[in-house]
Design a protein around this ligand. Structure first.
Ligand code: NAP
Length: 597
């Protein structure tokens, strides 16, 4: 057991390093598909769930395994489908208008490989009637090699995400790896009953399939949070099943520790992610819910959870304490997320993504399943890296995020916001057309307000019209614009904006001084010059899009109200700046109509 644990730990650490190198090469453009891809891949927890659901350990284990199979297969099917949908949208300028094939014919080549594999596994299992134990051992060995192959395909899949050109091919490889691992597991020697497995796979495929094919791109953040919660629930249930199964026989301290970590991380990620999904969907109030002594209470609760686990490691047979610990972990996940406002949820999702990866990896340790350790580690690294990137882009400390005490708490510490004063100039769409007559370049700056107004199609139409008039159009994408990392890119890609027009903050900032117009659509904080030149501003230090350096600035928003940070934007008082007040979608429609006429 100890040697297995050591090997598992080595694999976990090495997969983490590998994940770091592969994932840091994924451009911000593909950060949203990356999140759903790691989600789908971490659905490999399905293979552990299949064994528990089909092994006839006990009625409880079968029931828990069945729910876990349903949750994990929802994630696998939904995750791969929505990733593919997103990746199909990313097109270069010359590809716009061309429909990428929904189904890649090359995938048919995988069928013979799969058939041979299934025939071999079937033959091994059938020969088990004569020599039960040796055939079982053989099928376990065969499975092990197929899992290694699947792990390689997953890593190649993530590597493909380093460019939109290869991303779809990479994801197809990863999906094939998943099919192989799942199909092979169906021949696992411990599986004796397929009834619940079939039902779980069927429900999961229908739910995941309809989520993956139908969910609008604006709802991707809440879908991601929901799938984190399903994955974490699966891990937690398998942990509970393993505890119940082993506690009556024997449970050494290593096994108890891994089961404990699995259920704790799984449970808190489950409720935390559900809360995040509810806030993003608008089912729960988006405002932070805070009360006196909140941090002290949360830390006490976490200490109680950890204390229970330590006690259980020494006295594993205390079943009541085990279930109290699960309950407290569920409560902790819920309390961790309620003080955080809806606008901060993207960081929470990325963080919960990494917690979900840890829960998967712990499940791998419990079942001593190395492929789950690898995918859990990859998922954990990806979520952790994305949350660090977002922290840097918002000028927040990683420690602040790690302990969940951000959002409202941080704002109170900063002090009163600096107020900008001066004269604001407003402009009408008709007046704007005159300005557009004499320009050669525009940089469009989409922000959170564009997503709220669903104005991406209007932006794309306007950009196309300007391009036909010979005007150079570029888009400036701030890393925290939108509702999750890279979300703005997906929304614009859906509206047929070619990805070679999308520029990251670092790439676009040098272009602003040459731009005739910076057209800001529902962005506020990410353009506030106070972040660069006002030490008293709460935004000071946050990297921004240097819109104020453009020759003229047009801002589309409804009022002078501040953005998420609650800070006045001095950009609006700049003599070069003109405000086009109104809903972004309506303003763009009017501007488009005025320009056409
Ligand atoms: P922002 O500062 O929140 O400003 C968005 C602006 O959109 C608002 O000022 C609002 O002004 C306008 N707006 C809202 N609905 C609109 C509509 N229908 N039509 C036109 N305008 C509309 O957004 P941002 O500049 O994109 O900055 C993002 C903020 O969120 C940053 O402070 C960032 O730190 C934070 N954040 C982002 C993420 C992420 O991953 N994206 C994560 C965590 C935190 P009116 O009300 O006047 O219209």
């Amino acid at each position: 057991m100890t040697t297995e644990l050591e090997i598992g730990l080595y694999i976990f650490i090495l997969a983490g390093f590998l994940g770091y190198h592969v994932i840091t090469r994924v451009p911000p453009l593909l950060h949203t598909p990356l999140m759903s891809a790691t989600n789908a891949i971490s659905g490999i927890s399905l293979i552990g769930s299949l064994v528990v659901a089909g092994a006839n350990y006990s009625r409880l284990s079968t029931a828990l395994g069945f729910i876990a199979v349903t949750c994990s297969s929802t994630n696998v099917v939904g995750g791969f489908l929505i990733t593919d949908r997103m990746l199909r949208m990313f097109k270069r300028r010359e590809e716009v208008g061309i429909q990428h094939r929904r189904f890649n014919l090359k995938l048919l080549l995988a069928i013979p490989v799969l058939v041979v594999f299934l025939v071999v596994m079937h033959w091994i299992r059938r020969s088990g009637t004569d020599s039960q134990s040796s055939s079982a051992a053989l099928s376990v060995v065969a499975l092990r090699y197929f899992y290694i192959l699947s792990a390689v395909l997953f890593i190649l899949g993530l590597k493909g995400l380093s460019s939109p050109k290869y991303a779809r091919k990479g994801m197809l490889l990863a999906a094939f790896g998943m099919v192989m691992a799942i199909a092979g597991t169906l021949f696992h020697p411990e599986i004796v009953n397929y009834r619940w497995i079939t039902l779980g796979l069927a429900i999961g495929s229908v739910v995941g399939g309809s989520m993956g094919l139908r969910i609008p791109m604006t709802a991707v953040p809440q879908r991601t949070a929901l799938s984190h919660s399903l994955g974490a629930l699966a891990a937690s249930l398998i942990g509970i099943s393993e505890y119940v199964r082993h506690v009556a026989v024997e449970l050494d301290s290593v096994k108890m520790t891994t089961i404990g970590l699995e259920v704790i991380i799984g449970s808190l990620t489950f409720t935390g992610s559900l809360m995040a999904a509810g806030k993003l969907q608008g089912l729960l109030p988006g405002a932070p819910i805070t009360y006196r002594g909140q941090n002290v209470f949360n830390i006490t609760l976490l200490s109680a959870v950890v204390g229970s686990l330590i006690y259980l490691v020494f006295v594993p047979a205390t079943s009541t304490l085990f279930f109290v610990m699960v309950g407290l972990a569920l409560l902790f996940g819920f309390l961790l997320v309620i003080p955080i406002g809806a606008a901060d949820m993207p960081v929470v999702i990325a963080l919960l993504n990494s917690y979900g990866g840890l829960a998967d990896a712990s499940m791998g340790f419990v079942l001593m399943n190395k492929i789950q350790i690898i995918t859990g580690s990859l998922d954990g690294t990806s979520g952790f890296l994305l949350s660090l990137l977002m922290c840097r882009a918002m000028n927040r400390s990683a420690i602040n995020v790690l302990f969940g005490a951000f959002g409202k708490v941080q704002k109170e510490e900063v002090g009163p916001a600096a107020e900008a004063t001066g004269t604001v100039r407003s402009i009408t769409p008709e007046e704007l057309t005159v300005l557009f007559d004499s320009i050669r370049s525009v940089i469009i700056v989409p922000g959170y307000g564009m997503a709220v107004a669903q104005a991406q199609q209007g932006v794309s139409e306007l950009a196309k019209l300007l391009s036909t008039r010979g005007i150079d159009v570029k888009y400036a994408i701030h890393p925290v614009a939108g509702r999750m990392p890279g979300h703005m890119n997906v929304l614009l890609a859906e509206a047929n904006v070619p990805y070679d027009q999308l520029y990251t903050m670092e790439q676009i900032n040098p272009y602003f001084p040459e731009a005739d117009i910076a057209l800001v659509v529902g962005a506020n904080d990410v353009t506030n010059p106070a972040a660069k030149n006002n030490k008293n501003s709460p935004l000071y230090g946050m990297p921004i899009l240097e819109v104020h350096r453009a020759k003229s600035i047009i801002v589309l928003k409804r009022s002078l109200r501040p953005g998420f940070a609650g800070v006045d934007n001095e950009l609006y008082y700049d003599p070069k700046c003109m405000m086009l007040f109104g809903d972004a979608k309506e303003s763009l429609n009017k501007l488009f109509a005025a320009l056409r006429s």
